[in-house]
Design a protein around this ligand. Structure first.
Ligand code: FES
Ligand code: FES
Length: 168
């Protein structure tokens, strides 16, 4: 069964051991998702699977058969940036930029989780339908995406600008 990657149906790899990250980068040329740790610790490989954020290094490509994968290339392109990409630029939310694709995919997935009322470790109200994007929620929910340059303040400002309408 094909995998839909950024709107294009592709055949899964013949080798069932291939990670989604390697499949995207090496077979499909979608190099936006980065290989940082390759063991689930840094978040640089974060992509969206049917709108949910996942770590592509810990996902087998064949697990995505019949599903939709969105990488940073499918979120925006030069000249047609996603508003969050533009906000990262406006707020200097990156330095080397290596972690940026994962940060942006993760933030988009996080916003969807908030809208669905998915609680985090710091959520106080567990019965609300929509969780506000407080500073604690933002930092807790983005804590799986590391940036060794320490551009966190700009990232927080960018994410708040775009998804902060539900801010407490
Ligand atoms: S490369 Fe996947 S979490 Fe680090
Ligand atoms: S901007 Fe360099 S690792 Fe994040």
């Amino acid at each position: 069964m094909p995998i839909t990657v950024n709107g294009r149906a592709v055949s899964p790899p013949a080798d069932a051991r291939v990670s989604l990250l390697d499949f995207l980068r090496e077979d499909l040329g979608q190099s936006g998702a980065k290989k940082g740790c390759n063991q689930g610790a840094c978040g640089a490989c974060t992509v969206l699977l049917d709108g949910e954020r996942i770590l592509a290094c810990l996902t087998l490509a064949v697990q995505c058969e019949g599903r939709h994968v969105t990488t940073i290339e499918g979120i925006g392109q030069p000249g047609a940036l996603h508003p969050l990409q533009q906000a990262f630029v406006d707020h200097d939310g990156f330095q080397c930029g290596y972690c940026t694709p994962g940060q942006i995919c993760s933030a988009i997935g996080m916003a969807a989780e908030l809208r669905r009322g998915v609680p985090s470790h710091v959520t106080g109200d567990l019965v609300t339908d929509v969780i506000a994007l407080s500073d604690d929620e933002l930092r807790e929910r983005m804590s799986g995406n590391l940036c060794r340059c320490g551009a966190y303040n700009g990232m927080v400002a960018a994410i708040e600008e775009i998804f902060g309408e539900a801010k407490a």
